[in-house]
Design a protein around this ligand. Structure first.
Ligand code: NAP
Length: 254
């Protein structure tokens, strides 16, 4: 991996994909700064990577603005920010309530937007940078039993697409990362099949390589992304009927 990025900030760096990315960028020689709520785990990651830890709850806009300011001041300007912190709350109850949707939007959409707002003027002043938003293939089409999480990730993809050209003019390269299933705590309680699931290190390798390329989106694994892309181009009334039929078939097998 090239050492294109010298100073990298990773939210959700205490676990799973974010932790694997922190290790990977540190090995490539970058100064890695990690954030998430769990200060103890973050400190361990910072020790392991020789980087710095800034505990943060991304749902608190004031804390996000303060921490981004502190990172700039104490660690120096970040040239790659990976806004990866994310959560899935469906195990706490039904997924299809407004309250559950709000919890997902707070972390997975607004948590990203607060960070982007804080990064944008600083990166612009520094002459540019790269911001990668970690979405999900779950946001590609409306899937059953994941309306809260899936809606937040679909909205995040829309947000990234809507802002891309504007940020480009400010020399900020906005990228979207859309992973399929990755073996991390977020999916540990899933009771449904997770086809083509990857280890976190393999996901981090694909993401880091993808972020070296000019393409807007880093999507993987292809075997899961392509069928979802095909579903996406169908008329919506066919798509919902096909997904419902698949769900009925899966229910009969369960
Ligand atoms: N694993 C998959 O199959 C998969 C697939 C598609 C997309 N993704 C996305 O990949 C990203 C990383 O997830 P993961 O799979 O690595 O899961 P994970 O191991 O559970 O990591 C989630 C990270 O987000 C942090 N986090 C959660 N809520 C936060 C908050 N309010 N403020 C700050 N940090 C917060 C967690 O740390 P603390 O608990 O310390 O705050 C943790 O570091 C997420 O955006 C997820 O949606 C995952």
């Amino acid at each position: 991996m090239s050492a294109r990025y010298r100073r990298v900030w990773i939210t959700g760096g205490s676990s799973g994909i974010g932790h694997a990315l922190a290790r990977r960028y540190a090995r490539a020689g970058a100064h890695v700064v990690v954030s998430s709520r769990n200060a103890e785990k973050l400190a361990e990651v910072a020790r392991e990577t020789g980087g710095a830890a800034y505990p943060l709850d991304v749902t608190d806009p004031e804390a996000v603005a303060r921490v981004v300011g502190e990172i700039w001041e104490k660690e120096g300007p970040v040239d790659l920010a990976i806004l990866n912190a994310g959560a899935a709350f469906k195990r706490a109850g039904r997924d299809d309530t407004a309250e559950n949707l709000k919890k997902h939007l707070d972390v997975n959409l607004l948590g990203v937007a607060y960070a982007l707002d804080a990064l944008r003027p600083r990166m612009r002043e520094a002459g540019g940078g790269t911001i990668a938003l970690v979405g999900s293939l779950a946001g590609y089409v409306g899937l059953p039993r994941t309306s809260g999480y899936g809606t937040s990730k679909a909205a995040l993809a829309y947000y990234a697409e809507a802002l891309w050209a504007e940020l480009r003019r400010e020399k900020i390269d906005l990228k979207l990362v859309s992973p399929g299933f990755v073996k991390t705590p977020i999916v540990a309680a899933n009771e449904f099949p997770m086809p083509f699931i990857l280890e976190a290190d393999a996901a981090a390798r694909i993401i880091a390589r993808g972020l070296e390329r000019p393409a807007f989106e880093v999507t993987f694994p292809r075997r899961l992304a392509w069928p979802l892309r095909l579903l996406r181009v169908l008329p919506a009334s066919w798509r919902v009927a096909l997904i419902a039929a698949g769900e009925r078939r899966a229910g009969r097998k369960r």
